[in-house]
Design a protein. Structure first.
Length: 206
């Protein structure tokens, strides 16, 4: 059964994205950033997110934005040890409208989860044209489909290389187009259509 997004995430005009992001205190609209959306649960692998991002700290002047739960003191200490604390920005409890703008502007969603029930941020990001770099474990691989850039959890170098590659505008545009096409699988209208077809088939069997 196909699932549908509970908020109509979509690609926004650049002016609208900038207007929404300007409401975040001290947010630099000029710097590129990588986005992670989620909590501090171990399965979300936020420590891995920090380590992957840190691999590119000398190659790319970008920021790492965490939307969702605020980072724990342990994760903040890890960011400091890795020398990237000044590159980390937190947007706790982001509204859907703000999250939509973050997806639109992010170079990529970095999602190296250990396991997920589904992986909604992947579908949300793709609906906004945001490329997704995630772990290759199911169901993340099914959620991202052929628009995902996949790596084994232990392949931090591979994750980092893809993030750096997506900093190229042409490369990002290519994966953004793939993401938008992939996200059509999770439209609410398509989900409703599937349910209607099931009910009709059940009625025909009575």
């Amino acid at each position: 059964m196909r699932l549908g997004l509970n908020y109509p995430f979509r690609k926004l005009p650049e002016a609208e994205v900038s207007a929404r992001l300007s409401n975040i205190p001290n947010f630099n609209l000029q710097l590129p950033f990588i986005l992670h959306v989620g909590s501090n649960e171990r399965r979300k692998n936020r420590g891995g997110v920090l380590r992957i991002f840190a691999r590119n700290k000398e190659k790319w002047k970008a920021h790492l934005v965490f939307a969702g739960h605020s980072l724990t003191p342990e994760l903040l200490a890890l960011a400091e040890d890795l020398g990237i604390l000044d590159r980390v920005m937190q947007v706790p409890d982001a509204s859907d409208e703000l999250l939509e703008a973050l997806y639109n502007r992010a170079v990529a969603l970095l999602y190296p989860s250990r396991f997920e029930g589904f992986g909604w941020p992947i579908a949300e990001a793709q609906a906004c044209g945001c490329p997704v770099v995630c772990s290759n474990a199911p169901p993340l691989s099914e959620t991202a489909g052929d628009a995902g850039l996949f790596h084994d959890l232990n392949d931090a170098e591979g994750f980092a290389a893809d993030l750096l590659r997506l900093n190229n505008p042409a490369e990002r545009a290519n994966w953004s187009d793939k993401s938008l096409r992939s996200a059509q699988r999770f439209s609410t209208s398509e989900m409703i259509s599937h349910y209607v077809d099931i009910y009709r088939s059940l009625g025909a069997e009575l």
